[in-house]
Each structure stands twice: as C-alpha cells, then as structure tokens.
Design a protein around this ligand. Structure first.
Ligand SMILES: [Zn+2]
Length: 500
C-alpha cells in the first residue's frame, strides 16, 4: 500500500514543498526515512511510532519506507511528524485512500500524540497558498493566532493525532476562518512624538528620515532623549502593505516570536551583541528581525567593528547572505537604521557647562570607529543638545505622531510615482528628481563650493532637500528646501572630520 501527502521544509525564511511518500510492504519489519533528512527528521520515526501507539494504532510488523522528495533538498526540523503519521495511517488503510493528496501537513508530535508548534508555520501557509495542487493546510491548532489574513485556502487546525485521524475519516469538521483570528487593523504601539518635549530640529530630522527612508545618526550627550526619539520612528512610517505584513509575519514565525506583525518592527540590540546575532546564522539576526521597520543601535561606536563593517554591506544590498559549511541562505533586511552616539566616550564633549575628561586621542579613536564607508550611508546626521529643564516642563501642545505620519505618507506617494525612495536616489536620477530651477541650482553649487563639500556630501544634502520638498508636496526643490536640509544635517565640518 502506498500513500502521498505534502509537507514543507524551511530554507531561510522560505518554505519549500516536500512530498511525503509512504510505502508499506512485505519484508523485514522496520521504519526507514530516506531523502536527505537531518537528525530531527530521522528521529521522527520514534515519535510517530509512540504517538500512533498511544492513539490506539499499532504499526504492523511490515517494512515501512518513507521517502521525502525531492531527494536533493535537505529536510530540517520536526515539522514532518504529523505528515509522516498520517501517511502511514493511509498506507495502512486506517484512513481513506487519496484523502491527503491535496494537503500540506505540518506539525510536530509529542510521544502522546499531541500536535506541537513548529518554526515557520506562516511560511508554510504562504507556500500552500501559492501551490496549485494544495487546497488545504493542516497545522498545529496552537499556532493559529500567528497567521496573517488568508481567504484562498482551507486552514485546518489540529490539536492531536486522534483528531487528525477523525478529520480524515470525515467524522469531525475542523475549520478556521480568518475573521475569528484577526482583529481590526492595528496602529503602532511605539512611543508618540507628543511625548518628546522640545528637540524641534531632531523631530524634523526624524520626520525627514521617515519620509525619505533616510538612515539617521543622532549625536548628543547622554540623557538628551536619543532613544525616545528613535522609538517614535516606527509610528511615523506609513502602514505596511499586505505583502510586507506577510513578510514580517514570516520572519517572526521563523524566529518563533509572538509579535504583532501589523506593526512595523523596532529592534534595539545592545552593543555587546555578536556578529552572528546581529546579522544572522541558522536563525535570522537582528537586521532581519528589523525588516520593514527600524534598527536602532545605541552607543553606535561601541559595537564590534566587524559587525559594523558587515552592516554596511547589508544596508547596500537590503539582504544578508549567510554562507556556512553546508548551510547557505539569504535573509531579507530592508530597514531604516538609526544610530545614536555620544560626542565622546565620557559624553560631555562640547556640552555647555560641562568638562570633557577624554584625551583628544580618545575622542579621535571613538569617532574613528565609524568608518567612512559606513558613515556614508547616513544621509542625516542630527546633533542634539539637552533640553533645559524649564523648557521641558513647559506644557505646550506638541504635534502628535499621527499628524506627522500623514505628511510622511503623502510624501511617500510622490516618491512612489517617481519610482525611487529618496534614499536610493543617485547621480542622474537624483538630479532629475530635483526638478530645480536654474537659479536654485546655481545657488546650491555656489554654497557647496564655498563650504568645500565633497561630491558625496553634496548628494546627501540634495537627497534630504528632495525629501523636505516632498513633505511640502512641492514639485521642485528650491533654495528654501536646500537651506532647511542644510540646517538639519549637522555641521558638514563635523562629518568630514569624523571620516578623516
Ligand atoms: Zn569626553
């Protein structure tokens, strides 16, 4: 007797279809799994045998072979247990023939036959939805809350093996509708700009960063509110598209994190983090967990230098390529980077009324940790100062994140029409996007010349000016936007000295 059903295996954050073929025949009794299984898959036999026994089914003393196809694809994880058990039941004639041939089955089995959650169940759902021959997915009932919206496929939540058997025999109807799982669309739970007192320039910087997708560096003494400001950024970004929500849900599912995938991620790893945890390995790293959201690195110069160098490549490519022995994958990593740093190791350099105790050498070393090429990725460098107590206690109505987010959303629409996010504008595309008049161009070149701007710094300035114009819904970049952009980016001299 033979049976065929489907399951899936994860590579990176993508699930791949695996055919589970079971043949029960005469021969030496035993259960063999073939088709490049890893240890967890090979051990499935023991779990399945016990689960079946405790569900009241004894395996016959016959030869049982399970083939996982395609044979050249490495199968990992414990998600094959349920498919294997149901395949065996079908091949033994315990459940009707052919019942599983349009099913994708995922789930780990406990020895008693309970169905346990697996990594990447959202990825399996995505796979099932886009595979034509699959019209149903059987998955662990405990993971139903992790799933994003679906409408095009039957989702069958399974609690235990016995229930799965009864479902296949048509004795119980198990169905789950998206409406029972999904609540109303959610707004971001991040901090609100209304809670930040003063810091008008930094807020403008944040708004521009949100609108143009620019990476942002904040420099200022400890306690001036850099972290609070950064945590407001996800709430300023436009709502995610359905596709983006699915991506974020898939990543959370692979990491087995319970997060609300309708809210843009905000990740703030500490500076002691290893390269592997930041960039990823067998599990997605922080850069991938921040995908479609914000990665905030506080005390930026304290991060490991090799991590920062690798980060530069990630920013350029929008993805991480992991290549280890026998393991190769690509994780998406498209995020806005916000980094914060003190002006010097002690944090008092240049602060009015305070004395810096660092030697010039220490200051230089601290700043030089930001290598030129990485610093180059930041279009915005905003300098913050501590808000005096008098000012911070003034109860003045601050603009809410919601109002700013509306402007950001309108500005993004203009960029979508042009086909480029402003942070990706370079060379001819940038000059074309500016749409400036002759006198404004002359003004920009003159100002750049007099302040000895490098070509690179000049382009950054123009990109930021384009975003300022977008926020005002202005067709072309004029002198006014150029000047605003210049005031937000911190002194170019400072930037150049950081690079050198
Ligand atoms: Zn100092």
């Amino acid at each position: 007797m033979r049976s065929l059903t489907f399951s899936s295996t994860l590579i990176g954050i993508e699930a791949h279809l695996v055919g589970v073929e079971v043949v029960v025949s005469n021969g030496l009794p035993g259960l063999t799994v073939v088709g490049l299984p890893d240890a967890a898959v090979s051990e499935a036999g023991a779990r399945v045998r016990s689960a079946l026994k405790l569900t009241g089914v004894n395996l016959p003393p016959r030869r049982m072979v399970v083939n996982l196809a395609p044979a050249d694809l490495r199968k990992t994880g414990s998600g094959f247990d349920l498919a294997l058990a149901l395949g065996l039941l079908e091949a033994m004639g315990e459940i009707p023939q052919g019942i599983l041939q349009d099913c994708l089955v995922v789930g780990e089995l406990s020895l008693a036959g309970e169905v346990r959650g697996v990594r990447g169940v959202v990825c399996s759902l995505t796979l099932a939805r886009r595979t034509e021959r699959i019209s149903r997915i059987l998955l662990p009932a405990c993971q139903i809350g992790e799933l994003p919206q679906w409408s095009d496929i039957e989702v069958v939540p399974i609690e235990n093996l016995e229930q799965a058997m009864r479902y296949c025999r048509g004795e119980v109807a198990l169905e789950s509708t998206p409406s029972s799982v999904m609540s109303s669309p959610k707004t971001a739970v991040s901090n609100d700009l209304r809670d930040v007192r003063g810091q008008a320039l930094a807020k403008l910087g944040l708004e521009i960063a949100a609108a143009g997708g620019h990476h942002l560096a904040l420099s200022g003494p400890p306690g001036c509110g850099k972290s609070l400001l950064a945590s407001c950024l996800p709430g300023l970004l436009p709502p995610m598209t359905e596709w983006e929500v699915a991506e974020v849900a898939a990543i959370a599912s692979v990491c087995q994190e319970r997060t609300d995938s309708r809210v843009r991620p905000f990740r703030a790893p500490g500076n002691g983090i290893s390269s592997a945890a930041l960039l990823g390995g067998h599990q997605p790293g922080e850069v991938t967990r921040a995908h479609r959201g914000v990665l905030f690195l506080d005390e930026f110069p304290e991060f490991r230098r090799d991590s920062l160098e690798a980060l530069r490549v990630v920013l350029e490519e929008g993805q991480v390529k992991i290549s280890r022995a026998r393991f190769r994958t690509i994780y998406p990593a498209h995020f806005t980077l916000v980094c914060a740093m003190n002006p010097c190791p002690c944090g008092r350099f240049g602060v009015a009324g305070e004395i810096c105790i660092c030697t010039p050498n220490q200051v230089q070393r601290y700043r030089s940790k930001l290598s030129g090429p990485l610093l180059d990725r930041f279009d915005l460098l905003v300098s913050l100062t501590r808000v005096p107590l008098v000012e911070s206690s003034e109860v003045e109505a601050e603009e809410s994140s919601e109002a700013v987010a509306q402007r950001v959303s309108d500005a993004r629409k203009l960029q979508a029409d042009r086909g480029f996010l402003n942070r990706d504008l370079r060379g001819p595309n940038l000059l074309q996007a500016l749409g400036w008049k002759n006198q404004d161009r002359a003004f920009a070149y003159q100002l750049a010349e007099s302040s000895r701007l490098s070509m690179r710094a000049f382009e950054k300035w123009l990109r930021v000016a384009r975003t300022v114009a977008d926020l005002k819904q202005a067709e072309s970049v004029s002198r006014r936007e150029l000047l605003i952009a210049r005031s937000v980016r911190f002194s170019v001299d400072a930037e150049e000295s950081l690079v050198s």
